[in-house]
Design a protein around this ligand. Sequence first.
Ligand SMILES: [Fe+2]
Ligand SMILES: [Fe+2]
Length: 314
Amino acid sequence: MEVARLAVELPLDQDRHFRKFNSNGQGGLRVLVPFREQDGTPAGYFEGAFLVDPELAGRLREDLAVTLLVALAAVTLTTLCLYPIILSLNRNVVRQSRDLLAGNIELMEVVGTAIAKRDSMTSMHHFRVATYAVRLAEEVGLDPARMGDLIAGAFLHDVGKIGISDNILLKPGSLDADEAEAMKRHVPLGVDILRKSNWLMRARDVVEYHHEKFDGSGYGKGLAGERIPLIARIFTVVDVFDALTSKRSYKDAVSFGDAITMIRDGAGSFFDPRLAEAFIRIAEPLYREIRAASDAEVEARLRALIDRYFALSS
Ligand SMILES: [Fe+2]
Ligand SMILES: [Fe+2]
C-alpha cells in the first residue's frame, strides 16, 4: 500500500533514486532504478521498498549512541590532559607580555626623565601633563585604544631636545630668531629618536605635531584644524596650561585664572576651540587636585591610568 502511494511520485529523469520513508512509525528505504533500451530510451523502472525491522533499527541506534559516547569520552579525556599544559603556556605568555609592557613603560619614563633633567624642569611636568591629557581625553570621548599613545606622547613630547645644544636649550633669556629656528629642530629630532623603537613610535603623533597651532601658524608640518591628529591637539592644550602654571628656573608660575584666560584667548587660533572649551570645563577641580597632591601621589594616580589604558591598547 505504501509503495503504491509513493509510486505516483515517479521521477521523470534517468537517475537512480533512494529515499527514506516512514510507514506507521517504521522506517524504510525506497529504491527506484530506471531501465533503458540499448539506445538509451527509457523502458521503465524497477521499484522496491525495504522496511527496516524495528529490532535492527533499535540495534543500529544503540550502536550509534555507543560510538558517539566513546568518541565524546576520548575528546573530553584528551582535553582534560591538555588543559593544564595549555593553561600554563598561556600564563607564561601573559606574564612575558606584561613584563615586556612594564619594560616599555619604564623605558618611556626613563627617556622622559632624561630630557627633563637637561631642560630645567622636573620629570613631574610629564606626570602632570599626562594626567591632564588623559582627563581631557576622557572628557571629549577619545577612543580608549589611543589613550596609551597620548600618555607615551606626553612623556616623550620634547625628547628631541636631547639634540639641542646647551647654549640654546639652557639660555636664560628669550631666544633670537636663529636660536628659535634651531630650537624647532627638536621636533624632527624627536621623531628620529622614536624610530629606534617600534613601541616608542606610538608617541609619534604627539611628538611630531605638539607645536602645531589650530590656525596653521605653528611649526612641525604647518598643519591646521582637524588635520592635526586629535591626540596632538589634546596634548597642546594641557602642555601649555601646565607650562603656564608651573615655575621654571627662568620664570614664575602664572595664576590659575590667568592661565585659563590665556587658554580661552587662544581657542580657535592656538588651540582647537572644542578642546579648549572642554578643558576649561574640567580644569579647576583637576588643577586643585594635582596641586594638592604630593609628587608621589601624582605619580601613583598616573600609574593607575597607565595600567588601565596600556592594557587596552597594547
Ligand atoms: Fe616641544
Ligand atoms: Fe612640555
